[in-house]
Design a protein around this ligand. Structure first.
Ligand code: PLP
Length: 367
């Protein structure tokens, strides 16, 4: 058959292992998933209440314009409703942008390692991928600018970056936006922005009126705790949104997702609480790394990439048997590391205890 050839070289996305299958395989009663950067405290109780009262009319298509959610997000961000596009998760927006901009003859610039979906979609759409190595976990923005030429359609910037957790300062981001040619779209993937506490971080929505070649991606899957309902959105100048909209499928955000997201954005107390808990949890991991002299990147997200100096796959397997699902850095471009989502204090203590056991049993391997 006449497949796009590049598809044949791709593997499907490997998600973190499901809890139930790990329980079965290792005969464990309790398994904690710290693999996909979900909110360990779950969904806000207000969202659960909103969903319970919403259990009606499943036969009706969702609102294709996400009217109520659009109003809620626009009010929250103090922007115009026409500056928003909604997606079945931010992943869907990455796909829509790729579909709208990328094809053979075009190229796209991104960091490496970074979130896998930029490259994945670019390959399917036949564009050349230009990967610029991170410098100490951080985007090398100068080299990224240098890699741009007249055929560069999209530059992807993930901040804080997945999988390192390192963010870009307002100063550096502004300098970068000033240097990118106006004809090249910049995507700021802001999936973890709600977790950032650094003083010199930016509000990405403040950039979109000044830079008319920019789209900012956000998600309800991380701090808002509704990953299963699949809601993300993009913020841009309305001229960008207008051209992008036809590339979106008509009913891409489901009804329950829309209802949940409206309730979620309304509960900022919950967001503040989760952000605070995340910093406390991060401190537990940083302390563990310091005590054991393990390298880690300072993370402003809700995960930490820890270098064990051995095989990330082996550490992953060890922790799995103890009931902790993390991500091996092997698939993320850091073969000797694991990426651990910051959990509740108890979950963090548990996985740190297991990591200490690993180190004790493998004392001769690690330094
Ligand atoms: C989790 C994540 C996404 C995808 O979020 P969804 O809204 O669940 O599709 C996008 N970008 C980054 C960097 C992420 O870590």
């Amino acid at each position: 058959m006449k497949w796009k050839e590049q598809l044949l070289s791709l593997a499907p996305y490997k998600p973190g292992r499901p809890i139930e299958s790990v329980k079965k395989e290792y005969g464990l009663e309790k398994v904690v998933k710290l693999a996909s950067n979900e909110n360990p405290f779950g969904t806000s109780p207000k969202v659960v209440t909103a969903l319970k009262s919403a259990l009606t009319s499943f036969a009706i298509y969702p609102d294709g314009y996400a009217t109520n959610l659009r109003t809620a997000v626009a009010e929250f961000l103090n922007i115009n409703e026409e500056q928003l596009i909604f997606g079945n998760g931010a992943d869907n927006l990455i796909q829509i942008i790729s579909r709208a901009f990328l094809m053979p003859g075009k190229n796209t610039v991104m960091a490496s390692p970074t979130f896998s979906q930029y490259k994945h979609n670019a390959i399917i759409d036949g564009a050349e991928v230009r990967e610029i190595p991170l410098l100490d976990g951080e985007h090398d923005l100068e080299s990224m600018v240098k890699a741009i030429d007249e055929n560069t359609a999209v530059v992807w910037v993930c901040s804080p970056n997945n999988p390192t957790g390192v963010y870009i300062s307002k100063e550096n981001m502004t300098a970068f936006l000033n240097k990118v040619p106006k004809e090249t779209l910049v995507v700021i993937d802001d999936a973890y922005h709600d977790y950032v506490v650094a003083d010199d971080f930016y509000n990405a929505e403040d950039f979109v009126n000044e830079y008319r070649n920019l789209i900012v991606l956000r998600t309800f899957s991380k701090i808002y705790g509704i990953a299963s309902l699949r809601v993300g959105y993009g913020i841009a100048h309305q001229d960008i949104i207008r051209v992008l909209e036809p590339a979106r499928e008509p009913f891409n955000v489901n009804t329950l997702g829309q209802i949940a997201a409206v309730a979620a954005i309304d509960d900022q107390e919950y967001v503040v609480h989760c952000r605070q808990k995340n910093r406390e949890g991060m401190a537990q991991f940083e302390q563990f790394c310091e005590e054991h002299k393990l390298h880690y990147f300072p993370s402003q997200a809700n995960f930490i990439l820890i270098d064990f100096g051995t095989s990330g796959d082996e550490v992953f397997q060890y922790l799995l048997k103890k009931g902790y699902i993390v991500r091996s850095g092997n698939a993320l471009g850091y073969a000797s590391s694991v990426r651990v989502t910051v959990g509740s204090a108890e979950e963090n203590n548990g996985v740190i205890h297991a990591m200490k056991q690993y180190l004790a049993e493998n004392a001769s391997v690690t330094k």
